[in-house]
Structure formats: structure tokens, C-alpha cells
Write a protein of this length. Structure first.
Lengths: 229, 300
């Protein structure tokens, strides 16, 4: 379970994006955080990942303060999280397949053992033709999809996705929603931030199969939105 | 989690990085090769001088000249004194007649002796000393010089000391220059790898966020440094082996270097192994120093 305790974040510029936020994300939840541009969604996800520090308050993962973790425990925590962040790009010198294999390899899998599952995943995402290509050969939507696949391939405990559908066509967005739903079914807690709630429409029937929780981030406060799913 | 698979990844990435950055890798390899070649030259000179010193000590001889008035009894007495000494390996008596015979082999000296009409040479002893006693015969020489029938004692200790001092001087200069060259090579390697790290700083930071443990992030760079250093050493070994095999005449022409050719095969193998170890250590240490830089530690 992820718990936010009185989380406040004021940027160096003086802009306050979180104001005494108090919230819980149960293990295995599928949550969407909606908010306008500059509402603080990305900051919230970075705080949850332990990549940014709050001005006050804290985040606890299974009762452990994420900001007090030893470097070893923090590394362990990071190894259980899948990130889809705009600044987390693909390795330019590796092919799409190698990029997606990367999280598996650093977690102790031989590339040869994972090539078939990864090929299947690429096929489902419509990227099989780009498997041997370098990221520079991909379109913006394909890049987004490849980054999402890399975050999901090792079945993380928590998936943090910051506006993952931005720049994607509706068909790819639907595919990604389905992949998120499947990952969620396998036990992963999924937390997605969305600027455009229209992206939810791209999910179609997919979201009906899961119990979706949606919260609104506005003026630094997190407010649950009822009756979305 | 399979450690072997992770280790395999580090090894593979190290190779890939080395091949990908061909220019930087070539710079490191040439730097290591230059440093090790310089070291090999010093080792060669040191080896030659070492053998010269050893050879000088082995043939350390003392010549004891008796007074012209010495009688056979005096010859016997001095011979007994010498043979009784534990530091003496062998004593050979050269009578004045034998010495003269030897002298007269030279036609000019023969003419001089004929003009003199008598044998001016005294009886003498060629004394071969034991190797370990070469530096410790001062009291024996003093004892001999006190004998009224001993005219002169010549010994080659000065030569041994000269070679010994020369060897020490070459070692000191070699150590100083070798150390300096090694530090310079280390500096160049470390900075070259720092450039490589700087070029991949975003990837390094990203690897941590993708769950790569610390050792898997720095491992490929240390392995890359190790490989580059070892490749530099390999280059020097090939070069030395070529010189060894094809330039025998050249080495013999340069005084003393023929000693190198007489080295047994195992000494060459041992030299190559030492160079290989030093090269790999130099490369890995350079990479380690690059990784210890503050900004690198921060992005890791």
C-alpha cells in the first residue's frame, strides 16, 4: 500500500503543487490522477518514486518512509517500479528489442531466454517490424509505446505512468490501455496521470473489466472522482 | 535473479562499449602500449645490467703479487694462508717463469725482456673468491698486505661496485620515469574514460531508474578499461616478440642486449604475463578513477 501523509510540495519558483495531500493507494489498485497542465501530476509521481523530495510530509510504501530508505533499499524499491516518464527515453544505441530486454537483463535474465516473450509483446503492441530498429527510426507514438513496453515487461509491483498516451493515435492508445489492464490483472498497482480525460475514452470497454479509481489533482489537493468506470 | 546472466550482461556491454567508441579505445590502447613498452625497455636494460653484475661477481678474482725476494717457503706460506680461508674458492700459483712465458707471447714485451736480461716478474697467485664473499674480503686483503713478502694485492671490487652502482642508478631512474609514465598513462586513461562517461551520462542515470544495480552500471566501464589495458599490453607483447624473433642481430649489435636473447622461454612468458597484468590493472584503475569523480557518482 502507498500512503501519502500531509504531502506538501513547493517548487523553488514558489509555485505550490501539493498542499497537505493525504491519500492512500491500495496494493493492486488501478488509479488515474487527472489534472490540468502544471497541476502537479508529474511532481506527484516523482514524489511517489522517491525521485523528488517533498517540502513537508512523506510517502510510505508498506509502512516504510520512502525518503528514509537506505540506498540499498531504495535500489530494491526502484527495481520494483516501472516508470513511464517523459524524460525516461530509450537508449539511443540499442535497438527497440534490446531496450525492452534491458529491464529483464538487469534483473538477471539471459537475453536469449526472453526473446520470444518480448517478440510476442512487440507483436501485440504493433511494433514487431521495428524490433531491430534504433529509437531514432521510430515515430513519436511508437517511441511512447516502446517506452511503455519497457516499463511493463518485467511485471513491476507498481507502474507509474505520466501522461503515457500523449502523442499516440487512438488505436495505439487502446492497445496500451489493454496492456495496462492485463498488467493490473497480474497484480501490478497501476497509477496513471492524465491531462486529457478524453484519453479515457480511448480505453473503450477495456476499463469496464477493472475497478478504476480516479482522483483529481487541483490546487494541490487530491479529490476522488466518483462514477467514472 | 540470475547473477550469471547479470555478469554476462556486464561483460557483453564492456565489449560493446569498447567497440562502439573506437577512437577513444584506440587512444587508451596506444597510451597503455606506450607506457608498457617504455617499461619493457627499462626491464630489458635492468636485466642486462643485472646479469653483468652477476657475471662480474662470479668471476671476482684477486691477484696477489709476492716480493721479488720471496723464497719458495714464502710462496708455500702465502698459498697455505689463502687455501685455508673459507672465502677462497681456488688458488692458482703463477711462478715468475710462467708469468714471463706468458708475457713473452707479445713480441714487443719479449724484446724488452731480452734487453733487460733478467726476469723482472715476481711469483703471484690468482685467487678466485666465492661469489657470496665478493663484498667481504677486506680483512683478508689487509692481512695479506701486512705480510712483508707480499708486494701488492689487486682485486676487482671496484668494477663490481661500479656495475652495482650503475644497476642501482638505472633502477632508480627506471622507477622514477616508469612511475611518472604510469601516472601520466593513468591520467590519460582516466580522462579518456571520463569523456566516455560524460557522453553516456544520461544513459547512466536512466539505468538506475530502470532498476540496474550499482555494480551493473559501473561494471561495464571497469571491464572496458580492463579490456583496453589488456589490449595495450597485448600489442606490446606482440611487438616485443617480433623484436625478439626478428632482430637478434640488431640486439647483439647493441652492447649487452644479446643477454636478452639468452633468456629462457619461461622468462619471456613471465615478462608477457607481467605486462598483461600491468596493462589490465592500469586500464581498470583508470576506469575506477573516472568512476570515482564526483559528478559520475552523483548521476549513479
Amino acid at each position: 500500500m502507498i500512503q501519502l501523509f500531509h504531502l506538501t510540495k513547493v517548487h523553488a519558483s514558489g509555485v505550490q503543487v501539493l498542499d497537505n495531500a493525504f491519500f492512500s493507494v491500495p496494493a493492486g489498485a488501478f488509479m488515474v490522477v487527472a489534472g490540468e497542465n502544471r497541476a502537479g501530476k508529474s511532481t506527484l509521481l516523482k514524489l511517489l518514486a522517491g525521485e523528488d523530495k517533498p517540502t513537508s510530509g512523506t510517502v510510505r510504501i508498506d509502512q516504510k518512509d520512502i525518503y528514509s530508505l537506505s540506498s540499498r533499499d531504495k535500489q530494491k524499491w526502484l527495481s520494483e517500479v516501472g516508470f513511464i516518464f517523459p524524460d525516461l527515453k530509450l537508449f539511443a544505441d540499442k535497438t527497440v528489442e534490446e531496450n525492452i530486454l534491458f529491464p529483464l537483463r538487469v534483473r538477471g535474465s539471459f537475453a536469449e531466454d526472453q526473446k520470444i516473450p518480448v517478440a510476442k509483446l512487440l507483436e501485440r503492441a504493433g511494433l514487431q517490424a521495428q524490433a531491430a530498429h534504433k529509437p531514432s527510426d521510430l515515430s513519436s507514438g511508437e517511441l511512447k509505446m516502446a517506452i511503455a513496453l519497457r516499463a511493463m515487461v518485467f511485471k513491476p509491483r507498481l507502474l507509474l505512468a505520466d501522461d503515457p498516451f500523449l502523442g499516440m493515435d487512438p488505436k495505439s492508445a487502446l492497445t496500451l490501455w489493454r496492456l495496462f489492464a492485463e498488467l493490473h490483472k497480474s497484480g501490478t498497482t497501476v497509477l496513471i496521470s492524465l491531462q486529457r480525460t478524453q484519453d479515457l475514452a480511448a480505453a473503450g470497454e477495456t476499463l469496464r473489466e477493472i475497478s478504476l479509481t480516479m482522483v483529481q489533482l487541483q490546487d494541490g489537493k487530491l479529490t476522488p472522482i466518483e462514477g467514472i468506470a | 535473479m540470475n547473477r550469471l546472466a547479470q555478469f554476462f550482461y556486464v561483460v557483453q556491454e564492456g565489449f560493446r562499449q569498447m567497440i562502439r567508441a573506437k577512437g577513444l579505445s584506440a587512444a587508451v590502447i596506444v597510451t597503455v602500449a606506450a607506457a608498457l613498452f617504455q617499461l619493457s625497455i627499462f626491464l630489458g636494460v635492468d636485466r642486462v645490467l643485472d646479469r653483468a653484475l652477476s657475471s662480474a661477481q662470479e668471476s671476482f678474482e684477486m691477484v696477489v703479487f709476492l716480493a721479488p725476494s720471496a723464497q719458495p717457503a714464502d710462496v708455500q706460506r702465502v698459498q697455505s694462508l689463502l687455501t685455508a680461508d673459507s672465502r677462497v674458492a681456488a688458488v692458482k700459483v703463477i711462478t715468475k717463469d710462467e708469468a714471463l712465458q706468458d708475457f713473452r707471447k707479445d713480441p714487443d714485451i719479449d724484446q724488452m725482456v731480452q734487453a733487460l736480461g733478467e726476469n723482472p716478474l715476481p711469483d703471484s697467485f690468482n685467487v678466485t673468491l666465492k661469489k657470496e664473499a665478493a663484498d667481504n674480503v677486506g680483512d683478508l686483503i689487509a692481512q695479506l698486505k701486512q705480510d712483508p713478502q707480499v708486494d701488492e694485492v689487486n682485486y676487482g671490487q671496484g668494477q663490481v661496485e661500479t656495475v652495482s652502482k650503475l644497476t642501482q642508478a638505472v633502477r632508480c631512474v627506471g622507477l622514477f620515469l616508469g612511475g611518472f609514465i604510469f601516472l601520466a598513462a593513468l591520467f590519460i586513461i582516466s580522462n579518456t574514460l571520463t569523456l566516455s562517461l560524460w557522453a553516456r551520462r544520461d544513459d547512466l542515470a536512466m539505468m538506475a531508474r530502470l532498476g540496474a544495480p550499482s555494480w551493473m552500471r559501473w561494471g561495464p566501464y571497469v571491464w572496458e578499461g580492463f579490456l583496453q589495458g589488456f589490449s595495450g599490453a597485448l600489442l606490446v607483447c606482440v611487438l616485443l616478440e617480433l623484436i625478439h624473433r626478428s632482430s637478434s642481430a640488431l640486439l647483439q649489435a647493441f652492447g649487452g642486449f644479446s643477454e636478452l636473447l639468452d633468456l629462457p622461454t619461461q622468462d619471456w612468458v613471465s615478462l608477457y604475463l607481467t605486462l598483461g597484468f600491468l596493462g589490465a590493472a592500469l586500464g581498470a584503475l583508470g576506469a575506477f578513477l573516472a568512476l570515482r569523480k564526483k559528478w559520475v557518482r552523483e548521476i549513479q
